[in-house]
Design a binder for this molecule. Sequence first.
Ligand SMILES: COc1ccc([C@H]2[C@H](O)[C@H](O)[C@H](C)N2C)cc1
Length: 449
Amino acid sequence: SMTLEHGAHRIGKRIDSKMSRWRNYGFGQFIHWGLYAIPGGHWNGEYYGGAAEWIRSWKGMPNEDYDNLYTEFDPVDFDPKAWAEQAKDMGARYMIITTKHHDGFCLWPSEFTDYDVTNAPYGQDIIGPLVEAYDAEGIDVYLYFSVMDWNHPGYRSKLETAEDREAYEGFKEFTRNQLLELLERYPSTKGLWFDGTWDAAWKEQAEFADNLAMEMREMIPGLIIGSRFRPDDYGNRHFDSNGDLMGDYEQGWERKLPDTYEDTKGNDWDCVMTVPENQWGYHSDWRGHVKTSYELIEMLVKSVSLDGNFVMNFGPNGQGEIRKEERQLAKEIGEWMHKNQKAIYDCGYIDWEKQDWGYYTRNRESGEVYMIVFNKPINGALRIKTPAKINLDKIFDLNGPQKTYRPEEIHRNEYFIHLDEALLETPKVIVIQYSEATNQTKGYDKAKT
Ligand SMILES: COc1ccc([C@H]2[C@H](O)[C@H](O)[C@H](C)N2C)cc1
């Protein structure tokens, strides 16, 4: 392997208590809110088909018209307490809020730019009340920050001329100032979710980013920063030139999920997910497939079954309201979570062979295993294959523990449990309490092949 000055500084997972808390969340809420919520994917009556938060880059939108949207930002219906209560009812255990997206508009009063909420009609800090409201609900807050900043004169996507480099030094100082300012103003934040770090200019900043990450971690010990922040000595991101993860968890799973545990490389990871195919900011005209609560619950369960966190996105509108489709999804997911959160919170992967009926999760403290059943087989028989020397001691419905199951042993370490209910109305959770067996009892005829 190569000697890297600014590659991964730790091999393997963080094992401190703050990272264990992060690992055990299971379910989070992303909130994308900013000036892009005002046009909501339209301009001069024209529909924009791209991601609403990228409308500034659309040919149909003159940059200065977009940049002047701050003069219209006055979300009179913004109610951080209502947002936090809704997130609590939904079962989210952490929340990630866009402090500044690619357009550079800051939702907090920044000392280092005039392009912030204090110069908009709204005139007040948005981030502070949100942090306060979510902290009050016991939901941990993380700050999304885009390094790419289309508003700042010193921003460059690549460094070609001496002038570029000169300007970019100022941009780097500005970036550092804003990040330290955010941690100063909101010290209860548990971590940063970086974005907009794919530019060639930023990929040359291995030393700067490494030092800045260390400085932020000194300011807030235990701060959690994922793999989207630093480039290594050779400009590689997420994984350094030796293939080692940089940062505390892998942030590559955006709008997609790993399929197997091997895909996760055994790292901590999050999957951030939009409700439509690709809309983070508010778009008033969602087209194409809009995910149902069952699809989102299955993604959540699949994420936890593979040792990850699932972060569902919300895009409040220009008035500060959460749209009805998202409110309805939050309600439906919350109903399921109220009854089944034990299979999600503090749970992760167990190496039992994945079966077609759904997913296993395992509580990292108690060792209790949960079968989350999405697909009931025609014959109602749920196959369980366990590693050798495992005894299935007790099997029962999470939401009806008096309903127990006697596993029918069909082969060595292979069982059926028989569901007797006709149809599954919602994903069903069955609890398995198991123990390591001392000796292997029954003999089975080994197949002669
Ligand atoms: C170029 O492809 C991109 C670039 C940035 C994104 C941004 C989205 O605007 C949103 O903030 C998401 C979390 N992020 C990756 C998405 C796709």
